[in-house]
Ligand binder design. Structure first.
Ligand code: NAI
Length: 340
């Protein structure tokens, strides 16, 4: 008897969608990409030429009717996530969707309610850092009590400056730097601190280089602090202007120790010694840092959808991450403390 395989439709073949498509088609043994969907013919041509996906759709609803389709993988603009997840669930498909779930809390709750009506279907939001080996190890150590009671997370997502400002095209729809970038750190903080309930939020930001973001109420560097009801705290930095590369760093302070993940954002183990000193090259972008984690994440979704494993995160985690990201954005834009 042959092993079960999940027949997947990939939706969105942009910067990240092409990477997910490659992983699913070539590196997840029990996944098969049987269809692709994008409004751009060039992206569908890429899927056919590169991955041999010949069933291509410009229309999402048409793809949902593809014969034998078991699941969809949504790597589309954030503004589409909630409606596309709900449509997939109503069509009886398992669904993976990129972060953030939505920029609108009511939409997050509507997705949770729809998923609850289809308990036989797997629905997952891709908080990829949970699937990184170092973050996983840190979480296990904290759960075993290695650093005592964790009470403070300090976490940052900092991108290398792109002088072309190409990311500006996402500015109108991304929800701002906290919902686009810090949402990863928010999810980590909740996970590492044991899902505390937020009490109040402070935030501020500046535009160090990309002044044009002001037009969208956005910043290129944002700082936020969250106090939780149990007395624990988290503080977040998001930046788009680092000179040296992509630097994701998380520190967890506990009553008996501290763990740090990513303290030196080195590309690899090569150390260069020359007239400039002793140094490492830096990870250039998020994908260089988290490539392995994206594969582990995809495998967890496929195994869960096939009934061969359990999801380790819940839709509600994504709702709570949006709730905090919205509060951080509001605190910064209105220059005031936001209470829950
Ligand atoms: P992108 O703009 O490069 O790609 C978006 C894709 O969606 C394009 O292929 C576009 O043609 C397609 N699309 C647009 N409208 C569509 C529709 N109605 N139906 C089907 N496809 C449609 O964006 P990118 O950077 O790939 O981001 C996509 C998502 O992934 C976003 O939600 C973003 O937040 C998330 N993301 C997550 C990251 C992570 O670390 N987990 C990193 C980068 C992005």
């Amino acid at each position: 008897m042959s092993s079960p395989v999940l027949n997947i439709g990939i939706v969105g073949l942009g910067r990240l969608g092409q990477r997910h498509a490659r992983n699913l088609a070539q590196r997840v043994p029990n996944a098969r990409v049987v269809a692709a969907c994008s409004p751009l013919q060039t992206e569908l041509d890429w899927a056919a030429a590169t991955l041999g996906i010949t069933s291509t759709y410009a229309d999402y609803d048409a793809m949902l009717a593809h014969p034998g389709l078991d699941a969809v993988f949504l790597v589309t603009p954030t503004s589409l996530h909630a409606q596309q997840i709900i449509a997939a669930l109503r069509a009886g498909k398992h669904v993976f969707c990129e972060k953030p779930l939505s920029l609108d809390l009511a939409d997050c709750l509507a997705v949770e309610a729809e998923a609850a009506r289809h308990p036989q279907l797997t629905a997952m939001i891709g908080f990829v850092r949970r699937f990184d080996a170092s973050y996983h190890d840190a979480q296990q150590k904290i759960a075993r009590g290695m650093i005592g009671k964790p009470y403070l997370v300090r976490s940052q997502t900092c991108d290398q400056n792109d002088p072309s400002g190409a990311f500006m095209r996402f500015a109108p729809t991304s929800g701002g730097i906290f919902l686009d970038c810090s949402v990863h750190d928010i999810d980590l903080a909740r996970w590492l601190l044991g899902n505390p309930v937020p009490k109040r939020v402070y935030a501020s930001g500046t535009n160090a280089i990309h002044k044009g973001l002001q037009a969208f109420g956005d910043v290129d560097n944002g700082l936020a602090t969250v106090e939780f009801s149990d007395g624990s705290m988290a503080t977040f930095l998001a930046s788009r202007t680092l000179a040296h590369g992509h630097e994701t760093l998380t520190e967890v302070f506990g009553t008996e120790g501290r763990l740090a993940v990513g303290n030196n954002p080195r590309l690899n183990r090569v150390e260069i010694s020359d007239v400039h000193g002793v140094r490492n090259e830096c990870t250039p972008d998020f994908y260089a840092r988290f490539a392995d984690a994206f594969l582990v994440e995809a495998q967890e979704f496929v195994d869960a959808a096939l009934g061969q494993g359990q999801l380790t995160l819940r839709l509600n985690d994504a709702t709570e991450a949006t709730r905090l990201g919205l509060a951080m954005t509001q605190a910064m834009r209105e220059a005031r403390i936001v209470e829950f």
